[in-house]
Design a binder for this molecule. Sequence first.
Ligand code: ACO
Length: 312
Amino acid sequence: MTIQIAGTGSALPERVLTNANLENMVETSDEWIRERTGIEQRHISDQDTVASLAAKAAKEALAAAGKTPADVDLILLATCSPEKLLPCCACQVQSILGANRAVAFDLNAACSGFLFALETAYAYLTTGLYRNALVIGSEVLSKIIDWNDRSTCILFGDGAGAVYVEGATEPGHGLCSMVQGSDGTKGDVLSCAVRSGEYVTMDGREVYRFATKQVPLCIEEAIEKAGWEVTDVDFFVLHQANLRIIESISKRLKIGMEHFPVNVTKVGNTSSAAIPILLDELVKSGKIEKGNKLVLSGFGAGLTYGACTMIW
Ligand code: ACO
């Protein structure tokens, strides 16, 4: 038995912050940001919270799957920017949706969070503990970013993406293989303390090195586990941290950029929300079609990384 995604959704805050806006806030330029990251703009929350964005995305995913909140067994919410330590964001989402039967809790694996949550859902559903799950990635990173630090504030954006998953109904569809990894010895490379009110700090070069080396390796492992060739994959739906990182992964795998959809240019790095936001965009635009072979892969603070393969 495996699981399949039956509906997707996403939500972005209304306010757009362009590179030109950032030029008035820190010593930077549109040219520098585009060259080093590919990012042109990002969405920034004024009133939206991690839970409110997550609930909007979840409602869309439920509607797309033809389900109601009463159907939901499990809500897994990946975030690294919750406004509150207690209660967890997933319980806030449960309350907003009125998904009264659901068991709800948060997971934090930074930018790998959505992938880790999806794989947790796989474990729950394939053991028969629950029949379905809402898996959500949601972030309001703008509140934990130092807007005076040009090395980080240009990168991140706010948003949420969600999927509704259930047991695969057709043979040959759904999640095929998974690879996950963590390296706690590199925790300092990307960190943010909670109680002292500190902001995100990052060794950008180290993250870059880690991502461009580790992500192709775990993608190749997931593909091998699925019994596929790299050339079989229609789309690599990668964590949207930086266009240069995605281009480097495409080069290492020797697969053209047409197989690597990108929206980091318009939404920036939304951490755990990045993969489901992009997935939703691809589904809504009709780019992903039934039977397509996909690789989802993320990496982030922890350090953490992972990849999975699925047939849509
Ligand atoms: N505008 C202008 N200049 C800048 C800016 C900026 N926004 N930021 C840094 N600089 C300067 C630096 O001060 C440095 O100046 P110096 O040469 O006088 O010392 C110069 O630009 C080069 O700085 P580097 O940090 O070496 O620049 P680099 O080419 O490595 O690019 C970047 C920086 C874009 C952050 C890159 O390292 C990167 O993409 N790393 C990965 C980051 C990432 O993806 N993080 C998130 C992943 S995990 C997650 O999603 C949570």
